[in-house]
Ligand binder design. Structure first.
Ligand code: GLC
Length: 617
């Protein structure tokens, strides 16, 4: 008998469908998982449910001693010599320990490859998700994540904590740039494309395990407060924040990371209804749930209660960052969970369900047969063909907001171009947070990239003189002025803001550049739309470039007309009056609406010409 309400009916019908789809993702390995499970001791089972940060593993032999199922390197846990070879050596050493256990169950090593493999020096850094969202191009997103998967496997790692399928509703949130946008439909479609890029059509030996995150409601918190509270009724929560996971489940995503935030005051890491009844039950998710960093510490009165609540809610694997994020450690976790099972507070069936899910994913990925990645992939990290894909993403991410008198495209044979602003020649600003370090940094953060200034110089004709002033001093007369302004790098809660005004210094720099008398093109490098104040009026042309990453040539390709701008806003642009919290409320007035983006009247090629998402037609 179907439930009376539409939501319930739809969910059940969907689950029957999704369940079938998701089930196919792991067909043929579930029996092997059950056979292995039957041989395992409680210690071996609980070990599989533990993921330890590499910086907290003082003795790699603990992987073997505690039968650890996974290792991660969080944002700040890079090896000292941040080279691909050193990463690969580290990954191989951890795997060697895992393969020396009684049952030789290989471990999965996870990393935040959230815009390329942004952890290792020399890797290609792609535009952050807010820029990929502006492409509205699912096929391009899939190609981008396939390149990322190769650059992750190139350092011996086969699990990426991506895609983030947050549906950001308030640009004051410090993780707005990790979201494809404010539309659950667009986020769902691009998230599933990313899963296919990482994993392929189904989990297999060439897959890098994707991790849809953070389930759920991370982008809907009050005032955009990171790890805050999302307040709304269940129908709204499902439509805005649960629905975008369905396409990823249909695409066979093998892991989902649970979110720090709460919904109506209840922490997601302890939410049995959403994690078990909805995600695993109704939506038929057959992979495993991983916790986020130290999130379980926020659940109960003490650590043992945290563990009991999170595992019984449906968490299958627990991330334990040790000293960096929590005072607890993996030996303590294992002892506590063992006691909880022996005391009957965590049912053995819950442990078996969690371990079966983890083993099923590992078996489907073929890590038992191929526990190490192809060494040939290491040499492809940062390759020209990989950079070409990122450059294409940059081109298609740019959104042209203003172009008075067709100032753009600029001619390559202009006599003199004046470039202004420190952001024009700073790879770190261009890449933003989650680049080499957790928070990112200004300066030349990684080898192999091209700044916007360098790209301009590589694009113009031999007779064109390009002058540069980081601070606007010494401006010389020119045929065109290009000003590059924007946000300094940040990540997560460190990027939360109370207001969205473009910095006064940036607004002043644009007005100063205008005194030069030549047409002014302003490029904004930011993780979100900003309230532009006088900047828009002071610019003849204005381009939202988001956080484009290492391939600055993609910006010059569009500025000088080799390609037309095709980017469309993936979220409304707040106006002077509206605060961020009203930017996506029904009826809210925005400076530019969702889907806005100008192009050139003539000349230049369109983007990759691939099919766009349904929303961008
Ligand atoms: C962080 C983030 C999450 C990331 C994880 C591991 O706190 O919330 O997105 O994957 O920790 O670095």
């Amino acid at each position: 008998m179907l439930p009376g309400n539409v939501a319930g009916r739809t969910a059940i019908l969907l689950a029957l469908g999704l369940g079938g789809l998701a089930l196919r993702a792991f067909a043929g390995v579930e029996e092997r998982a059950d056979a292995l499970l039957a041989q395992m001791t409680l210690a071996e089972k609980i070990g599989q449910m533990v993921q330890v940060d590499s910086a907290a593993l003082k003795d790699k032999a603990d992987v073997k001693k505690y039968f650890l199922g996974s290792v991660l390197s969080g944002g700040g846990s890079d090896p000292a010599d941040n080279s691909p070879a050193t990463w690969k050596k580290l990954a191989d050493e951890f795997q060697t320990q895992a393969l020396q256990t009684r049952l030789k169950i290989p471990l999965l090593y996870g990393i935040d490859a959230v815009h390329g493999n942004n952890n290792v020096e020399g890797a290609v850094i792609f535009p952050h998700h807010i820029g990929l969202g502006a492409t509205h191009n699912a096929q391009l997103v899939e190609r981008a994540e396939r390149v990322t998967a190769d650059e992750v496997a190139g350092i011996g790692i086969r699990w990426a904590f991506a895609p983030c399928i947050a549906v950001s509703q308030d640009s004051r949130w410090g993780r707005s740039y990790e979201s494809y946008g404010s539309s659950p439909e667009l986020v769902g479609e691009l998230g599933a494309a990313a899963v296919r890029g990482f994993q392929g059509a189904a989990l297999g030996r060439n897959s890098v395990l994707a991790c849809a995150k953070h389930f759920a409601g991370d982008g809907g918190t009050v005032n955009g407060k990171d790890q805050g509270d999302t307040v709304c009724d269940e129908a709204t929560f499902r439509k805005m924040f649960v629905a975008p996971y369905e396409p990823s489940i249909q695409a066979g995503v093998g892991s989902i990371m649970v979110s720090y935030n709460s919904w109506n005051g209840v922490k997601l890491h302890g939410h049995k209804h959403l994690l078990t009844e909805v995600l695993k039950g109704e939506l038929g998710f057959k992979g495993f749930l991983i916790s986020d960093w130290a999130a379980i510490d926020q659940l109960g009165a003490d650590y043992r209660t945290d563990i009991e609540l999170s595992i019984n809610a449906g968490l299958d694997m627990i991330m334990i960052p040790a000293e960096i994020g929590t005072p607890h450690n993996y030996a303590e976790f294992i002892a506590d969970l063992t006691d909880l099972v022996n005391l009957g507070k965590v049912p053995p069936a819950r442990i078996d369900d969690a371990v079966r899910r983890i083993l099923t994913v590992k078996l489907a990925m073929g890590v038992f047969e191929n526990p190490r990645t192809d060494p040939a992939l290491t040499a492809k990290i940062g390759s020209p063909e990989h950079r070409a894909v990122a450059r294409e993403c940059v081109r298609e991410s740019l959104v042209l907001l203003k172009n008075e008198q067709q100032v753009l495209p600029l001619k390559k044979n202009l006599k003199r171009i004046q470039v202004v602003g420190r952001a024009a020649d700073d790879l770190g600003i261009q890449c933003g947070g989650w680049t080499i370090s957790w928070q990112g940094a200004t300066g030349n953060v990684t080898p192999g990239g091209t700044t916007i200034l360098e790209a301009i110089r590589q694009t113009v004709g031999p007779e064109c003189v390009v002058k540069y002033s980081a601070d606007g001093s010494g401006l010389e007369t020119a045929d065109a002025v290009i000003v590059v302004v924007g946000e300094m790098p940040y990540a997560e809660m460190k990027g939360d803001r109370t207001d969205l005004q473009l910095a006064a210094a940036d607004q002043a720099l644009i007005k100063q550049a205008r005194q030069n008398g030549a047409p002014v093109t302003t490029l904004l490098l930011s993780g979100r739309p900003l309230i532009l104040g006088e900047a828009l009026a002071a610019s003849d042309a204005f381009v939202a470039a988001w956080l484009p990453g290492t391939e600055g040539r993609g910006v010059a390709d569009v500025l000088f007309g080799d390609y037309k701008p095709t980017g469309k806003l993936s979220r409304p642009w707040p106006n002077e009056a509206a605060s961020a919290s009203t930017e996506t409320k029904p009826g809210a007035k925005s400076a530019f609406p969702f889907g806005f983006g100008l192009s050139y009247d003539e000349g230049g090629r369109n983007g990759s010409g691939q099919t766009k998402t349904a929303l961008a037609k």
